[in-house]
Design a protein around this ligand. Structure first.
Ligand code: SF4
Length: 81
């Protein structure tokens, strides 16, 4: 995972990327994490790694765990997501 050395979140509080849920008050935290991801030069590599490795928690590559699960399901079923 050599892309991690360029990660924008290296200078952020790691807690920001691990909300307790994905709705309610956690939505704001997720959007703050996504804002960091959007300016991250390795967003694609990070997201791909998290999907490929089945990372179950947190925001990776601008995606929540639920979004990654949806993406994985699409790949498995061949829907093209
Ligand atoms: S995409 Fe987001 S979680 Fe991934 S390395 Fe960049 S800032 Fe960190």
């Amino acid at each position: 995972m050599n892309w991690r050395s360029a990660a924008a979140c290296r200078s952020e509080d790691p807690e920001l990327f691990f909300p307790l849920g994905e709705d309610g008050l956690s939505r704001r935290q997720i959007e703050e994490a996504r804002a960091v991801c959007r300016r991250c030069p390795v967003m694609g590599a990070c997201g791909a790694w998290a999907v490929r490795n089945g990372e179950r928690d947190g925001v990776w590559g601008g995606m929540t765990a639920a979004e990654r699960r949806t993406l994985r399901r699409g790949r498995v079923t061949g829907s093209g997501l």
